[in-house]
Design a protein around this ligand. Sequence first.
Ligand code: CP3
Length: 357
Amino acid sequence: MSDLLAKKIEKQSVKEKTLLRVLRGEVLESPPIWLMRQAGRYLPEYREVRGGVSGFLELCYTPEKAVEVTLQPIRRFGFDAAILFADILLLPHALGQGLTFEEGEGPKLDAIKDMGGVAGLNFERIDQHLKPVYETVKRLRRELPGETALIGFAGAPWTVATYMVEGGSSRDFVNVKKWAFARPDDFDSLIDLLVRGTVHYLGGQIRAGAEVIQLFDTWAGVLPEEEFRRFVIAPTKRIVESVKSMAPDVPVIGFPRGAGVFSEAYVKETGVDAVGLDSSVSLTWAAATLQPVCTVQGNLDPVLLLSGGKPMQQAAHRILDALAGGPFIFNLGHGILPMTPPEHVADLFRCVRGWRA
Ligand code: CP3
């Protein structure tokens, strides 16, 4: 390689956003940080915007307001990435499923019970329905600081299907599991529709300017091994392949929450560029088993942010000591809780920025 070319590459990589660098496998002296659910009710400025709309969905579908709440945690803390403000349940909504968010109760959907319900969903509605979300992404790319990466996202098919079939959040997943176990071929047609819908939706986000994609598989951990392979790994692999063929430079972070030791097969078989770890994953195991294959992200327990202080700082240092020697993104093991004091988030940010190997 000529000296000139080497210099050019070095200059480019120094200018490139830190999140993108680690997603390409670089190890940085000071790893990037963003937090799942970094926009939300724990911030007074979010509650103010939220108070000015009729409901959560209106916030998601109003680009001006969705841009504002996406930017709030960037302005306040200076995270290395912004995540599009939207929800994983906008896709079933776009497919025609009834969806409401009741105050303090979480999402309610008109439950899909069988193939008749799947037949009632309409793929053709997706783009028209989700246009405001693409507009939010477009505006964010213009408004974000040059060093902040923009993450687009979707729910992974299994997790989205749990909400679609249960009609909301669930404790035991009896209805969706009964369907998946007893009639897996039928259930596959729902998963297939979600794979195609998700690829379409992510394509819209990427064309609008999303630079990274995260797939949230919040309920990946409730399936036995065979079904984990069929309904978590296989559909995720199809989505990753499609994203790669549309946009080879857009990295994909998979978050198979609760997957435990199945995470190894997940990273090896799906082709994700990075894996999000929940707080239960062993750091030494992740460093030895997952990090040689891909970038890892995680995994501070969000409850540590409630009291903050020494226990939070010590736990953050343990994570950094174990994982920052390889390609690593600091994050939580799950989303920020609504009762989190924002000052503790600022303290965590300083703690991660100040850490050196
Ligand atoms: O800052 C961000 O992370 C960006 C936006 C975002 C939201 N939801 C906003 C939101 C993202 C990435 C999500 C993902 C999401 N949504 C997941 C996967 C991640 C996870 O937390 O496991 C899931 C399972 C959902 C579905 C969902 N949305 C539920 C179960 C609920 C109700 C529970 C709750 O926290 O209120 C929501 C509502 C929701 N999504 C809120 C926000 C800010 C709160 C609604 C409000 O402000 O009234």
